[in-house]
Write a protein that binds this ligand. Sequence first.
Ligand code: G6P
Length: 594
Amino acid sequence: MCGIVGYIGERQAQPILLNCLSHLEYRGYDSCGIAVSDGAVKVYKDAVRVAELKKTMPDFDGSLGIGHTRWATHGEPSRVNAHPHGDCQNEVSVVHNGIINNFLKLKQQLTSEGHTFVSETDSEVIPHLIEKYYAGDLEKAVERALADIEGSYAIIVMGYGENTLIAARKDSPLVIALGDRENYIASDVPAVLDYTSRVIYLEDGDIATVTAGGVSFRNGGKTAKRSEHKVDWSVEEARKGGYEHYMLKEIHEQPRVIRDTLGDWLPNGEPFEDLKKMSEDGTRTLLMLGCGTSYHAALVGKYIAQEMLGLPVRAELASEFNYHGRALPETLAVTLTQSGETADVLMAIKRLKDVGCRVMAITNVNGSSVSRLADHTIITRAGPEISVAATKSFLAQLMVLYWLMMSCARVEPKRQAEMVLQLRHMASRVTQVLDSEAEIAERAGYLAKYNDVFFIGRGINYPVALEGALKLKEISYVHAEGFAAGELKHGPFALLGREKPVIAVLTQDATHQTMLTSIREVKARGSPLMVLASEGDDSADSLADFTITVPRVDPLFSPVVNTVTLQLLAYHIARKRGCPVDFPKNLAKSVTVE
Ligand code: G6P
């Protein structure tokens, strides 16, 4: 997803902007560029990585500037479509993240008024609108231009020799970071962590005027006040820390993430009142929502909630809910999102609030849009997740879900105590999985030659099969699909055979026998078979080509150890296939467009 940065201060802007951009690479991009001003605007951009741009670009003098990493939506990745974009006279320069829905109409109008466009992007209408409205005051011109725009945006504008940056947001994240006689603007906090940890999050509709000495805000034509936050992520937390890839580092951080996330509640956690009331009177319904990996956490949450609260629970994709979903006002919605900025999730929350539902958010980013929109927010303690493929944020979400549901559970005290004990031991169980990485990497070597891989699971491990497949396809470009094992015979059987390995997640719960049946069925159809089985369970050994042993835990908690195993498997397959693990093609970390 596009990333934007801005700098204004006393130092040379160019190296700072390039450094900030390199820390936004994780969001996914295909081209990049920067503009620097010393009174006159100079722009350099191309369809290359930031490191390449740095090597080839000339030195630009100037202590204010803007930068952009582009994730193509309108027009192919190319130099001309890359940002920053300018007006006809090259007096104003703009970087934009988001989508302008009415850009065609605006472009036609502006063209008829004599403006010349050079790119295929929707974003280019912004500098032309500013040019149209500029009458000596850049902030006013931006405000007027934005009034014409329908869609979502986070923008930074500079130009006309003014010693200010103008930043604005609507439905796309933007943060201002405060330094000493210098200020920064960025899509995301990791971009600026080298320089400062003091940040102000823009609200929807905000227009900020940023100078080296200060920031002022306007919203809806009036002056607005915004408060400063301190980011508690260290630079080290946001960097690779000696691992070959962010993804591997993030997988290995999971024991710490579990401890930190649970540390907020165990042992004195208060139950979430809405959920407790609901489990007591049974009158409400629970709806879990998310996208991508967070949706898989929602699906696991559904199984946890059904078992612990004894309530029917729905889990839905936010993107589907937004058009066809229905919720009654008495629904309690639990929305999951690592970034807190996923456009589909934001839309879903707005839709839920419109019908009067209470909305709870589980997110990794304090101060994110979702956290500001929800009635109640729980922050996961995963720390910054840089790799596009979500790993530690998923586990942190699961921990929150376990604790939430347990704190309101309608189960015997003995069972409750057992579950608390399981949670307490979860970090060391994950460490056990990490300790078996060499064995998992060896299995990955065997699987790396296949181009189609199927994952099967049942019950609470059905979402784990989906997540295992998602991880693999995201980072290794292998076609991978997850199935509920019981569904194999309703279609996927037709695909099985020597070239189509199947990875089966076997758990010692009520699904064990029927999973074994599915495993036999797979074997009978000739597919290479790998089984994830709990320590001491040798029931599939004679059928499987390979078994991977996972630590024995209560079946309710088995998604934790199984997922970490599949994360490592996907990582090592992608590595063996020589894929760019952290930044897969066409994918973005934070999807801020619908
Ligand atoms: C993108 C990421 C996925 C992530 C999904 C939802 O597609 O590449 O890894 O699961 O967005 O993101 P969220 O921030 O809402 O959890």
